[in-house]
Design a protein around this ligand. Structure first.
Ligand SMILES: N[C@@H](CCC[C@H](N)C(=O)O)C(=O)O
Length: 287
C-alpha cells in the first residue's frame, strides 16, 4: 500500500506523522521499525498516529511508536507536532484540543506565535505506577523529592547514581550532572534504560541546572536512544528539579535541538510544555 505521511520535528525530536482517520493502518512492530529506520525507511525518533477517539470528550486519539517499533504511552514534543498536524490538515478548526493517549488525556493549544503549549497532566511519583521496583533500595529525601540510588555496572566497577523517578505518563529517571556536554549519556543511558528496577524500561535524563529558571538537558530515550530533545523528559527534569529545591517555575530547558519552556505549580497540578512544532516535508512511501 501507499502510505501518506508528514515529516515533522519539535526542537529536533523528529517524527513521521500519519493520518489514520483517512488511511487504513494496521502495522506490526517490525513495520513501524522499518518506517522509522534512517537508512532504509523515512527515519524518525517516533511515529505518531492520528486516530478518531471513542471518548466523547476528546477530539482525537494519539498513538506513539518509538523507532524500535514499540508502542508507548506518551510523547510531549510529539503532542505539539500532533496539534500542528491536525490544524494544518484541516482535521479540526479548534486551536485547543483534547487528545486521548494511552496514559490519559492531554490538551495541546496552538499559540499566536506559532509555538504550541501542551497541558501534559500531573506528574506521578508513586513508584508502583511509574513502574519502578524499589525492593532493596533505600530512598534518600531531598526537598520533597526522593532520590533513589541506582547501581550501574561499568566495566566491572559499580557506580551509584542518585535519580529522581517519576512518570509523565511514561517513565523517567532524572539525574543532576555538572555539565551535560561531558555527561556519560551514551555510556550510562542504555544501562539506566534497561536497569532491572524498571520493568518497562525507562527514559534517562541528564540535567545541568544553570540557574533557578534555566537548565540544560540531554535525554537517552527508551526505545529511541539519545534524541535532540525530549518533551516529557523536559517536564520530568523540571518537576524533579523543583521538588529537589533546585528550580522555580517557569524553567527554560535548553536541549541540543532547541529550547522548551516548562511551567509547573506543584503537587497535583498539570505540567505545561511550550515549544516549537515544525513541518519539514510531506511524503508517500510504499509499505
Ligand atoms: N520524545 C518523546 C518521548 C517519546 C517516548 C519515550 N521514548 C518513551 O519510550 O517513553 C517526548 O518528547 O516526550
Amino acid at each position: 500500500m501507499k502510505l501518506k505521511f508528514t515529516k515533522m520535528h519539535g526542537a529536533g525530536n523528529d517524527f513521521v506523522v500519519i493520518d489514520a482517520i483517512n488511511q487504513q493502518i494496521d502495522f506490526t512492530p517490525a513495520q513501524w521499525k522499518a518506517l522509522a529506520d534512517r537508512r532504509f525507511g523515512v527515519g524518525a525518533d517516533q511515529l505518531l498516529v492520528v486516530e478518531k477517539s471513542t471518548n466523547p470528550s476528546c477530539d482525537f486519539r494519539y498513538r506513539i511508536f518509538n523507532n524500535d517499533g514499540g508502542e508507548v504511552e506518551q510523547c510531549g514534543n510529539g503532542a505539539r507536532a500532533f496539534a500542528k498536524f491536525v490544524a494544518e490538515k484541516g482535521l479540526t478548526e479548534r486551536r485547543s484540543i483534547a487528545v486521548e493517549t494511552m496514559s490519559g488525556i492531554i490538551a495541546p493549544r496552538l499559540e499566536e506565535d506559532g509555538s504550541v503549549t501542551v497541558d501534559m497532566g500531573a506528574p506521578v511519583f508513586d513508584p508502583a505506577l511509574v513502574p519502578f521496583d524499589t525492593e532493596g533500595l533505600q530512598g534518600q529525601p531531598e526537598g520533597s523529592d526522593t532520590l533513589w540510588p541506582l547501581v550501574l555496572e561499568l566495566a566491572g566497577e559499580k557506580e551509584t547514581v542518585p535519580v529522581s523517578v517519576l512518570s509523565m505518563g511514561n517513565p523517567h529517571a532524572v539525574q543532576v550532572v555538572p555539565d551535560v556536554d561531558t555527561a556519560p549519556v551514551e555510556l550510562t543511558g542504555p544501562l539506566i534504560e534497561h536497569h532491572a528496577h524498571f520493568p518497562n524500561r525507562v527514559n534517562a535524563g541528564f540535567m545541568q541546572p544553570v540557574s533557578r529558571n534555566h537548565i540544560r538537558l540531554r535525554v537517552f530515550e527508551r526505545g529511541a536512544g539519545e534524541t535532540l530533545a525530549c518533551g516529557t523528559g523536559a517536564c520530568a527534569a523540571v518537576v524533579a528539579g523543583i521538588r529537589r529545591g533546585l528550580l522555580d517555575s517557569p524553567v527554560r530547558v535548553d536541549a541540543r535541538g532547541g529550547e522548551l519552556s516548562i511551567a509547573w505549580a506543584g503537587e497535583g497540578e498539570p505540567v505545561y510544555l511550550t515549544g516549537p512544532a515544525v513541518t519539514v516535508f510531506e511524503g508517500e512511501i510504499t509499505v
